[in-house]
Design a protein around this ligand. Structure first.
Ligand SMILES: [Zn+2]
Length: 341
């Protein structure tokens, strides 16, 4: 009897340890290590740079004006996401802003209102004096966090706004479709946030809101940020870009036809030759150190990294004029060099 209890306990410990390891282990990232770009230590005056935190948090600067996409630094764990409540992690935000060398920002633009884009945006706007530009749903996340109404601006589809030398246009787009109908229903149906969100709240209280593609033109060049791997047919016509920050998360779970159409509507329509995959990294991993793919425990929900990577590799080998790059964490990368005179 006693021995039986001991065996039982031993087994339980093994199961818990195994589960712990499973939750903490990550799938390989769906990017080619050969794509990795190094940051620069000296930024030439007037260059346009980008710094990457992970997911689709991207900081752009030309030395005079700086602004950020999403500004998401908190990384609630899987258990909290599924069964608990979440809220902005102020220490993580402070750390992330410091690593990005941010003190002042002109604007914070969440690509949609899910927690992994918009949850921290109001706090980032508060700390940097930025305008928070987004949908009505994003505005309600900001109101719930107590961001001043004077810092909240509702985006108008296709209406460019000038911040310093950056001309920024938000273009309505779609979120990628979760293949599991239950998850799709929970994450994408009923998308509007109609009342201020006061965290802590369940993760899915950060409803989708209106997703946007962000088009930027600057005297030195133009680019597009497509955070989630969705599209509207013809939606990006008339928006040429030299660089695309291409959201690839979840692309592996879609049909081959979907991947092709997404590519055509995003990369081919803009004519971009420089492809920078984003949103391929773990949503629960730390915001320091090397990037990993989604955790094993979460990957069955929404990713198939292998299919995703082989699709991108096929595109790369089909067209030798394309240049794939993945960004380092936090180090500035030159997006466009200053014009030499
Ligand atoms: Zn999302």
């Amino acid at each position: 009897m006693k021995r039986g209890v001991l065996w039982g306990l031993g087994l339980l410990v093994l199961i818990i340890a195994g589960l712990g390891l499973f939750l903490k282990s990550y799938t390989p990232a769906a990017v080619d290590p050969a794509w990795r770009t190094e940051g620069v230590s000296e930024i030439p005056q007037g260059a346009v740079t980008v710094r990457y935190t992970g997911t689709s948090t991207l900081l752009f600067s030309d030395g005079e004006t700086s602004w950020i996409v999403d500004g998401w630094f908190s990384r609630p764990g899987l258990f909290q996401l599924l069964f608990g409540k979440i809220e902005p992690d102020l220490d993580a935000i402070e750390y992330g802003l410091a690593q990005n060398k941010i003190d002042q920002l002109a604007v914070v633009i969440p690509v949609h209102s899910h927690y992994d884009h918009a949850m921290d945006s109001p706090e980032v706007a508060k700390r940097t004096g930025a305008i928070l530009l987004g949908s009505e749903s994003t505005a309600n996340i900001a109101r719930g966090w107590g961001l001043a109404e004077s810092q909240i601006q509702i985006a108008q589809n296709h209406q460019p706004i000038q911040f310093g030398q950056f001309k920024i246009t938000l273009i309505e787009t779609r979120h990628f479709q979760f293949p599991d109908p239950t998850i799709a229903e929970r994450a994408l149906a009923d998308p509007e946030i109609e009342d201020p969100v006061v965290p802590p709240v369940p993760a899915l209280d950060y409803r989708l809101g209106q997703p946007y593609a962000v088009h930027v033109s600057h005297p030195l060049g133009s680019w597009l940020i497509q955070g989630s791997a969705g599209f509207i047919q013809g939606g990006l016509e008339g928006y040429p870009a030299e660089v695309v920050f291409l959201g690839t998360g979840g692309l592996g779970t879609q049909t081959a036809e979907y991947r092709e159409t997404y590519w055509k509507e995003t990369v081919e329509t803009t004519g971009a030759k420089r492809i920078i995959p984003v949103h391929w990294d773990s949503l629960t991993g730390p915001i320091q150190g090397p990037f990993t793919g989604p955790s094993r425990a979460a990957s069955f929900l929404s990713d198939d990294g292998e299919k995703n990577l082989s699709f991108l590799k096929a595109k790369e080998s089909e067209d030798p004029t394309l240049q794939f790059e993945t960004l380092p964490r936090y180090d500035p990368v030159i997006l466009f060099s200053p014009l030499s005179d």
